[in-house]
Write a protein that binds this ligand. Structure first.
Ligand code: PLP
Length: 476
């Protein structure tokens, strides 16, 4: 096959900020060494998240212009609900301003303190929303899903034997089960259709509703088509529809595969639960035909749900992620294998073995990537998921990852090449990277607002020396 190129041309451009190393050293220190606290005007390559960062298409912008902003019964809602029903098959479509709002509403209406919810891996907002209610969030991903080097094609699969034991052990205490497609916290890894079918059958046997956390439903369906025996002849849309048909409902952030900058939804079949969710929606999000979104957002969302399933786009997207991962690997940077859908996850523990988990190797790497070349990445390790144990000691996360998320349809191949160059420069001086300590840790979602301090003098960020090593490479 020839080069897999971007299946679009660029109609509108946005300049990207270019900064000096000195500026970046100052900015990151002012931000408490937390890239979430950096202004976007100080970032050259923003790979913090693939959420809400997509470039919308001409079709999406055009749809926004014909939106019906009626408070109740908007035509745009009807259009949106019809697209969601066609894709998911769920009767009730409840818009929300983003994924976590849908989660909060579902969880508040369906779960209570002392109960337990299984998932392959709960994403941070899912976990936080459950824990906020006093519900235990349990991760039951297969062992391979926790091994960054494993080449298992579906590392998002749930360990079915563990799920069965879990359901037997906690009879009467499981209000619903969840599965995240693709598994973001576990490295953007897909879940196989066979595993979804088996989970669905298990939950149905126990009379427990099954919900998908379906932000990346299209990328998951693409991987099923690519990797699962027997699925090659099917359309990606048909595979996605089958995944939804195996569940009783879903939460979805539209900011990922649906290619919008804002929007989310809850969709489900249970009439009584849907009525309770709508009541809470009215209290906290808005009327059920807009639910925290402008009608123009729903228009763009409806178009994006279909564009996100375009197979040429999905082929290019998977190729971009693979290209970034292979470039990093060639520079000696270990990444979670095989590359996932929306992001490449660097294994910071393997790259920086001199930094133990309590010195936050992932945070050290995100700071270095920023200082080196203005790349903003996200730590997914002990900053995000580390805990205090019963004895007050530090309990690290299972993995110390750094996520380079690829915004959809935003960056070109030369941007990706430059990111690889920057990461390679960091890897070349990896022994000089110092650990970090968290000096302010908020109770929920600490990675957003925590502040850090380097465990050694700031000089450890390799200032330019007389040989020119450590200087910004020339820009083209
Ligand atoms: C798997 C998963 N679930 C839920 C969410 C929450 O969605 P939102 O950011 O729209 O609230 C995210 C966001 O990154 C996610 O990746």
């Amino acid at each position: 096959m020839g080069v897999i190129f971007e299946p679009f041309k660029i109609k509108m451009v946005e300049p990207i900020p270019l900064t000096t190393r000195e500026e970046r050293e100052r900015r990151i220190a002012e931000a408490g060494f937390n890239p979430f606290q950096l202004p976007a005007s100080a970032i050259t390559f923003d790979l913090l998240t693939d959420s809400g960062t997509a470039a919308m298409s001409a079709e999406q912008w055009a749809a926004m212009l014909v939106a019906d902003e009626s408070y109740a019964g908007s035509r745009s809602f009807e259009k949106f609900a019809a697209v969601v029903r066609r894709l998911t098959g769920f009767r009730h479509v409840i818009p929300a301003h983003q994924g976590r709002a849908a989660e909060r509403i579902l969880f508040a209406c369906a779960a209570k303190a002392g109960q337990r919810v299984p998932n392959n891996c709960h994403f941070d907002t899912t976990r936080a929303n459950l824990e906020y209610l006093g519900v235990v969030a349990e991760d039951l991903v297969i062992a391979e899903g926790r091994d960054p080097a494993s080449l298992h094609p579906f590392k998002g699969d749930v360990d079915l034997a563990r799920l069965e034991r879990f359901l037997d052990q906690h009879r009467g205490l499981v209000p619903f089960g969840m599965c995240t497609i693709t598994n973001n916290s576990g490295g953007g890894q897909p879940v196989s259709l066979a595993n979804l079918r088996a989970q669905s059958a298990l939950f149905r046997r126990h009379g427990i509703p099954f919900f998908l956390d379906a932000c990346r439903f299209a990328e998951n369906a693409w991987f099923i088509r690519e990797r699962e025996p027997g699925q090659q002849g099917r359309s990606v849309a048909a595979i996605a529809q089958e995944c939804f048909a195996l569940a009783d409902g879903c939460t979805m952030s539209g900011k990922k595969d649906a290619l919008v900058n804002m929007g989310g939804l809850l969709a489900l079949n249970d009439d009584d639960l849907a009525a309770r969710c709508r009541q809470l929606l009215i209290l906290t999000e808005g009327f059920p035909t807009y639910g925290g979104c402008a009608a123009r957002d729903l228009e763009a969302y409806a178009v994006g749900l279909e564009e996100g399933l375009d197979e040429r786009y999905l082929e290019y997207r998977a190729a971009t992620t693979r290209y970034l991962a292979h470039g990093l690997n060639r520079a000696g940077i270990p990444t979670v294998q095989p590359p996932g859908g929306h992001a490449v996850f660097i294994d910071a523990r393997a790259l920086l073995p001199h930094l133990p988990p309590e010195q936050l190797p992932g945070q050290s790497l995100v700071v270095a990537l920023y200082v080196e070349g203005g790349v903003r990445a996200c730590e997914i390790g002990s900053v995000m998921f580390g805990k205090r144990g019963a004895d007050g000691g530090f309990v690290p996360a299972a993995l110390e990852l750094v996520r380079l998320a690829l915004p959809r349809r935003c960056y070109t191949q030369s941007h990706v090449d430059r990111v690889i160059e920057i990461a390679a420069s960091v890897a070349a001086r990896k022994e000089s990277l110092t650990g970090f300590a968290m000096v302010e840790r908020p109770q929920y979602l600490p990675h957003f607002t925590a502040r850090f301090r380097p465990l050694a003098p700031a000089r450890a960020f390799a200032p330019a020396d007389r040989t020119g090593r450590g200087r910004d490479p020339p820009r083209c």
